[in-house]
Design a binder for this molecule. Structure first.
Ligand SMILES: [Fe+2]
Ligand SMILES: [Fe+2]
Length: 280
């Protein structure tokens, strides 16, 4: 992206900034890299069409849609996107199609996987599907990570996630991936839920790119149930990578968001539906 423009607009998120926009529990980023556009996640699908229309974003022009992981709040708009964008390629990890559950105090446990209509939309054969087990370049210098190695001791998937209805088989969320762009200022990272762990994700991107500086980290950090120690260690990593723009959203959780605002007052930005970020 050297010398070029990268624009990122939050088109679905739990909170809203701006009249006429709608919020939902979920996340979707629209990304424009030198006139080529893609979507990273789709939210639940309840607000995507309305918000993109309101923001003047044309889904029909998307060249790709990349999926961070298979949870419903990131994939529920896939059928809408693929209906409107006939040529869009889909970048997704095979494990995103597994059944996924969140354990409750008592059964029935909650189904949180990709809705059926979205699985059908991807698997119907109308769109090219690129399986992202390894790092994968979508546009020049714009990548998804594929599977992220889990190396830290203090990070986990962030919740009681399982692959089966009775919740006996833990879901390792191997599908979890981030999107990153190599810019002149450093790497720009977009997170879906970061079930692999924010620090694991940043370490892996640093290793893959050979870069020690990360310019921006936007999106869901899934620290809702995290200990103070884990939140602090995440802050230490943001410091270590000299992150200049920190925009925690979606599933980051209020304690972690407050911690980042206090520790990095001039670097933290709001990540709400309607937030817009421009990087050179
Ligand atoms: Fe999420
Ligand atoms: Fe998730």
């Amino acid at each position: 992206m050297t010398g070029n423009k990268l624009e990122v607009v939050v088109v679905a998120e739990n909170t809203v900034r701006g009249a006429g926009l709608l919020g939902e529990h979920g996340l979707a980023f629209w990304i424009n890299a030198n006139g080529r556009s893609l979507l990273f996640d789709t939210g639940q699908g309840k607000v995507l069409a309305e918000n993109t229309r309101h923001l003047g974003i044309h889904l029909g022009k998307l060249e790709a849609v990349a999926i961070s992981h298979g949870h419903y709040d990131h994939t529920g708009g896939l059928h809408t996107v693929l209906e409107r964008s006939r040529q869009a390629e889909v970048y997704v990890h095979p494990a995103a199609f597994h059944a996924k559950y969140s354990r409750q105090q008592a059964p029935p446990h909650r189904k949180i996987g990709m809705p059926r209509s979205d699985k059908v939309a991807v698997q119907s054969g109308g769109h090219d599907v690129i399986w992202t087990v390894q790092p994968c370049e979508i546009f020049p210098r714009l990548w998804v990570t594929g599977e992220i190695p889990r190396i830290t001791k203090f990070e986990d998937a962030g919740g009681p996630f399982y692959l089966d209805r009775v919740c006996t088989q833990p879901d390792p969320l191997a599908d979890d991936q981030a999107l990153f762009v190599e810019s002149a200022n450093g790497i720009i990272v977009l997170l879906g839920c970061a079930h692999a762990g924010v620090v694991n994700t940043l370490e892996y991107i640093s290793r893959v790119t050979g870069r020690k500086r990360i310019h921006a980290v936007l999106g869901g950090m899934h620290l809702l149930r995290a200990s103070r120690k884990r939140i602090e260690a995440t802050g230490d990593a943001l410091e270590r990578f000299q992150v200049r723009v920190i925009a925690p959203g979606h599933c980051t959780g209020p304690a972690a968001v407050a911690y980042f605002w206090n520790r990095f007052p001039s670097r933290v930005k709001e990540c709400a539906t309607g937030s817009r970020f421009v990087f050179q």
